[in-house]
Design a protein around this ligand. Sequence first.
Ligand SMILES: Nc1ncnc2c1ncn2[C@@H]1O[C@H](COP(=O)(O)OP(=O)(O)OP(=O)(O)O)[C@@H](O)[C@H]1O
Length: 427
Amino acid sequence: MSDADSIFADDVELIKNATVLEEDHTPKQILCRDDVLDQYTSVFKPVYKGRPPQNAFLYGDTGVGKTAATKYLRENLEQDIERKNENVPKEEKVALNLVWINCENFTTGDHKTSSYQVAVGIVNRLRNKGNRITGTGYAPQDVYDIMYEELNSLEGTVLVILDEVDKIGDDDTLLYELPRSRDIGYVENIRVGVIGISNDYTFRKNLSPKVKDSLCETEIKFSAYDAEELSDILRARADKALYDDAYDQETISLCSALAYQEASGSARRAIRLLRRSAEIAEENGSDLIRPPHIRQADNDLEYGNIVESIVDQDDEKLYILKALAHLDSAGLTPARTRKVHTAYSQVVQTYKSESGRGPLTQRGMFNHLSKLVMFGFVHTIDRNKGVGGGQWNEHEFSDDVTPQQVKDAFENHNLEWIEMDLRGIHD
Ligand SMILES: Nc1ncnc2c1ncn2[C@@H]1O[C@H](COP(=O)(O)OP(=O)(O)OP(=O)(O)O)[C@@H](O)[C@H]1O
């Protein structure tokens, strides 16, 4: 069968190498980051020389190259150590063990990670499949003991990279102890270096002084890219991913400008935008990515971002948003707080009938509703009819949110979307 017979084929193909546009692609070159790379290279240098490793804390907004720079230096370090070891006598060989943990992957049901969960993760990275431990059922001290035992069975330097380290929350025992494990006497055969990576500025600010002392030996800030830097990064990516005639200077400039404006200089957003724009251009049979494709791609990404941020809300806020979605569909917004509470109570009863937990009081719900206003999902109107006329609040979705996005978020959250008819609802 030729492509012409397939419903999946497009008439034109603009993407030459799709993997280059994927999230986990590590570029061969890190652009526009010379200063930061110099600083970061110094952190890895002692490891290459077989000296005690340093600890470091990397921070900066999302999509600004923290992970990419770390992967790039890790690959170089491993390759260079391998080359060096080929040419030196046995006793001078450098032993490096690297454990990469994304703390986001070790969250429990309530979206929280703890030092305990990360310690379980480290143990399981070091053990083979049949010998792994579960994330529950061990006393915390037992898990730490097992982890240090596993680490101590290695030799040389152990570099533990904790990506999204902020997910570790308040329980930061590990962040304090792991970098100092040799001084404390938990390990004796190895030297441990810890690199924490975070895009949460509050987490960095709130780190306890003792964690700051041990983990933040070197702090490296990754600032956001400006539109010109985004253009350089994007052009290099487009050169590898797209056919030469598929894009021009306007494609690169517009994708970069939009990512700069709307995603605070995130290279991830710029690359996603380029990929979606190329797909839309292909679907439209265009042999060049043009501004309308890019604008449509930008709208698609914005839509998806809002759905993702709704998915991140806790159950109570999801129920309030569902109540507002039904009120909106029934033409009943803006709705007074009492009406939103009645609708919300119905939603809770529908979803929580099995657990037996009831809805929050109106005041309790209002606290969550205020957070939704703060996050930009909901818009509240203050009605004031003057003396004797009364004062009250009315709520509706902000301009960026639609009932369909709430529905999509429920589905992404694996929560069934139960249809509800709130047309006859009273205040
Ligand atoms: N300087 C750069 N040169 C080339 N590619 C880059 C550069 N900076 C970022 N990228 C690319 O942009 C995307 C996002 O970068 P990365 O994952 O490193 O961001 P991050 O700062 O770790 O974000 P987060 O905090 O959300 O994890 C990746 O595809 C990465 O390869």
